[in-house]
Design a protein around this ligand. Sequence first.
Ligand code: IDP
Ligand code: MG
Length: 174
Amino acid sequence: MKIINQVIFLLFACLAGCTQSEISKSDVIEVKKTNLDGAQDTEQETLSIIKPDAVCFAEKINAKFQSAGLEIVAQKKIQLTMDQAMEFYKEHREKKFFGELCTYICSGPVIVQILRGKDAIAKNRKIMGNTNPLKAETGTIRREFGKNIQNNAAHGSDSKESATREIKLFFPKS
Ligand code: IDP
Ligand code: MG
């Protein structure tokens, strides 16, 4: 009888999907030293965001970064204000999805992170996969955890300039 109850519970847990956060409730999860002094030339830092409806998969997503050799050197859970979202996504302000995108990114807590490693910017983009989860390769974050082209689980800086700007926005002292 006990086993049957456990099986039923597991079935419900699977059906419920992303309902429970795997990550602690505290706002600041971890912040380590973030300057690149002493790091090798090819090392880069990039900004990653685990978007609202993928926060519950944070442990699995972080495991992908780590197994690809990206170190999470800073990480915090925050909820963006509309002003922060509009500043962050300002390169898209002319796009028709801009308003909806900003509303979405503010719809719940996100996890902002600095990833560090060799070719971190390109590596993170590869681990994330195509913007559209339907076009993303098997095993990528967006393929596994994204719902659609907007709710696509993760953000990753697309250039050194973006990385510098985006890291400053969320980790001004780093
Ligand atoms: P990226 O995140 O792969 O760099 P961008 O083109 O920079 O893709 O778009 C930023 C974010 O805007 C995407 O991650 C996604 O959340 C959202 N987005 C991109 N294209 C569309 C669209 O056609 N409809 C709705 N949202 C979109
Ligand atoms: Mg982009």
